[in-house]
Design a binder for this molecule. Structure first.
Ligand SMILES: *Cc1c(COP(=O)(O)O)cnc(C)c1O
Length: 427
């Protein structure tokens, strides 16, 4: 597989390099040089396959001969060790539930596949250290994805006292190759420490420093697979009338959906739903890219006003000669999000703020005869405090959270001091 840097098309790298590097020069994103397409008959046959076999075939179409088919299948099997069921919500709407993995959010799919690929391309005798800062969710997904992997040490920094106690339990109780540090400071201070570490060439070399960045191409490729899995679970008549609504923050999930369509998956149109951080819906409305300051909302994983995957979306539309005007996009306020969650609860489906936004946009756009699918990106219990309050009921904790809640925290404490972090990393 060859990929080019969107900021400099002459910079071309292999899949292995793109996975290791994350970004190209000038912070440019990598994008596939070839956009494979399956024949309609291939797609039909693939929809009959099981999740892991089908996903291996999809990933292999992009990655090519850089990884032998059986090796790739083995890695896919390790990564996708939990289901992505389609749950019926009403006669013409269903939710693709992507929250049945170890950290109860769709980020488990991309995170776990990236971990598999990073360890594969790094070679057996190469020691790597993954250093990352988190404000909550990403840290948990990264920690669980790399947990127990040989030759990989994971160090995660987070702001002490500023993430929810349950979130902290989810990734600071693992031990083994996962080390967590509660930093006296805010998220920005954690990010600044990580940045300092990556600027320190001597340190980088000594410990094989690597990032588990969210823009890594391996994550996007992994996410393509569950769009196929969704269609595979639908009856034929719904497959041909399918509209998919994606709750969007950094627009990685939407990019993956568009790549699935580009492979030939029959999806009539996509809806990109955002919260009040509405740079993209405004851009699609008036052609002006004018990010506002980020505002805090109920759907905090989507509080992004400069979505870093957007250049990939534009590039794909350009390459496929699709029209951006065919992409439906809109923003949903916190008030409407709450009302929508209650509406969903009344028809028997408990949801959380992110998915509810996608459902709202879908309901408002779906036409007669169409079938709508929205992405359930996180388990409602992950946002238990707000969900309980909005719905006026007590959600039970799923076992992944309940089990961890009883375990002792294993985090180290540290001031926001790079010298101290450096010493810790070199020990
Ligand atoms: C990360 C996240 C999103 C946004 O996904 P993007 O790929 O960044 O658009 C939506 N919902 C939840 C629960 C998330 O964690």
């Amino acid at each position: 597989m060859k990929l080019y840097n969107l900021k400099d098309h002459n910079e071309q790298v292999s899949f292995a390099q793109a996975v290791k590097q994350g970004l190209g020069s000038q912070q440019g994103l990598f994008f596939p040089l070839e956009l494979p397409e399956f024949e309609l008959t291939d797609i039909d046959a693939m929809l009959e396959m099981d999740f892991v076999s089908r996903s291996s075939k999809i990933l292999s179409a992009y990655i090519g001969d850089e990884i032998a088919a059986h090796q790739l299948a083995e890695r896919v099997k390790n990564a996708f060790a939990f289901p992505a069921p389609v749950a019926k919500v009403s006669d013409d709407v269903a939710c693709l539930e992507l929250f049945h993995g170890p950290t109860l959010a769709f980020k488990d799919f991309g995170g776990r596949f990236m971990a598999q690929m990073l360890s594969y391309v790094s070679g057996a005798d190469e020691q790597i250290t993954i250093l990352t800062a988190t404000s909550g969710d990403t840290g948990a997904a990264v920690a669980h994805a790399f947990y127990g992997m040989e030759n990989v040490r994971v160090v995660i920094l987070y702001p002490q006292g500023k993430i929810s106690p349950l979130q902290e339990k989810l990734f600071c109780t693992l031990g083994g190759n996962i080390e967590t540090i509660a930093v006296e400071g805010d998220f920005d201070a954690c990010q600044a420490l990580v940045k300092q570490a990556f600027d320190d060439e001597e340190l980088k070399k000594a410990i094989g420093l690597n990032s588990a960045n969210s823009i890594n191409i391996s994550r996007l490729l992994a996410q393509i697979c569950y769009y196929f899995e969704a269609v595979a679970q639908l009856p034929q008549e719904q497959r041909n009338q399918l509209v998919v609504s994606v709750p969007s923050g950094n627009f990685g999930d939407l990019t993956a959906g568009l790549l699935a369509k580009s492979l030939g998956l029959p999806i009539k149109r996509f809806i990109a739903a955002t919260n009040a951080n509405d740079t993209v819906p405004r851009f699609l409305g008036n052609g002006e890219w004018l990010p506002n300051a980020t505002v805090a909302t109920l759907s905090n994983a989507m509080d992004v006003s400069q979505p870093n995957n957007w250049p990939r979306v534009e590039e794909l539309f350009r390459r496929k000669t699709w029209r951006l005007t065919d992409l439906v996009s809109g923003a949903v306020s916190d008030e409407t999000t709450k009302a929508t969650m209650r509406e969903l609860a009344e028809i028997g489906y408990i949801s959380e703020p992110h998915a509810a936004i996608a459902y709202r946009m879908l309901r408002d756009n779906l036409q007669e005869g169409e079938f709508g699918l929205f992405l359930g990106t996180a388990h409602p219990a992950k946002f238990k405090e707000s969900v309980d309050e909005i719905l006026g009921q007590e959600l039970p904790l799923p076992k992944e959270l309940a089990e961890r809640a009883e375990l002792p925290l294993l985090s180290h404490n540290m001031t926001a001091d790079f010298a101290e972090l450096r010493k810790f990393l070199l020990k």
